[in-house]
Design a protein around this ligand. Structure first.
Ligand SMILES: [Ca+2]
Ligand SMILES: [Ca+2]
Length: 253
């Protein structure tokens, strides 16, 4: 079993080491190498429950209350499209192929099962009728043709997953070996974009950031930039600083 104290503040900004630091209060995510800032972008974490504030397509059971992003020093475990049963629209992986059934009344998604390669979207997300998906796609993506090549308002692929095309995940690493061992768990909080922000970017509209339920939200262009420049490496430390913390002033550019 994994044991030990894990990574601590003594490990932050280690000489010559690439790290990610997230400061929820000033809404900054910083990629550092030692004490040098390689890139700094805006990023939004979670906050304490906000009364009367509803996030886009909140789960109908209301089971997901916003919470602050959990502070700590973690290790990046990987990235990719994320899928979870806890969020209705995230039950289907981003980019999954879609098509209409024979009656053209129901939307099907491509499964990974050979026995039943296409299943109704409604079988996994009951309220996601064809009309609902069309409306949501129009609200988020406008008249997008990249994901709707025939222009019928029905997307060709699933671009409504709450976690965007790619989520970067991380874990607590009590035994400090930078590997995910038995007894170590990947956090349910991760770095990702939202479909709303992806759609705004695609349409050239201003990107309106929102507080998360605990995850770390970034602009699609910023996430792309960090990934392209090699900021998120497996095994690298990611530090979620406490609410109220400010960016350490000894960092330089
Ligand atoms: Ca279409
Ligand atoms: Ca470990």
């Amino acid at each position: 079993m994994a044991q030990g104290a894990g990574w601590t503040s003594a490990d932050w900004y280690a000489e010559g080491e690439s790290q990610i630091h997230f400061f929820p209060t000033p809404k900054r995510l910083i990629w550092t190498v030692g004490k040098k800032i390689m890139l700094e972008v805006e990023a939004w974490g979670g906050i304490k429950g906000v009364r009367h504030h509803h996030f886009p397509h909140d789960p109908v059971d209301g089971g997901m209350r916003p919470r602050p992003t959990t502070p700590g020093s973690y290790v990046i475990s990987g990235w990719g499209p994320y899928r979870t049963r806890s969020w209705d629209f995230s039950r289907i992986r981003w980019g999954t192929e879609l098509r209409l059934d024979g009656t053209r009344q129901h939307l099907l998604y491509k499964t990974e099962a050979l026995s039943q390669p296409w299943r109704p979207v409604e079988s996994i997300i009951p309220h996601a009728t064809l009309a609902y998906v069309r409306r949501l796609f129009s609200d988020i993506w406008g008249g997008n043709r990249r994901y709707d090549r025939n222009g019928d308002g029905i997307p060709d692929v699933w671009v409504l997953n709450d976690f965007g095309p790619m989520a970067i995940n991380y874990f607590r690493d009590p035994n400090r070996n930078r590997r995910l061992n038995a007894g170590e768990k990947i956090m349910g909080e991760m770095i990702h974009t939202t479909p709303e922000n992806e759609g705004q970017t695609d349409q050239g509209k201003p990107v309106e950031m929102e507080f998360s339920h605990g995850c770390i939200h970034m602009r699609p262009v910023d996430l792309d930039r960090l990934v392209r420049q090699g900021a998120f490496k497996v095994g690298e430390l990611i530090v979620v600083h406490e609410l109220g913390s400010i960016v350490w002033e000894e960092l330089s550019r």
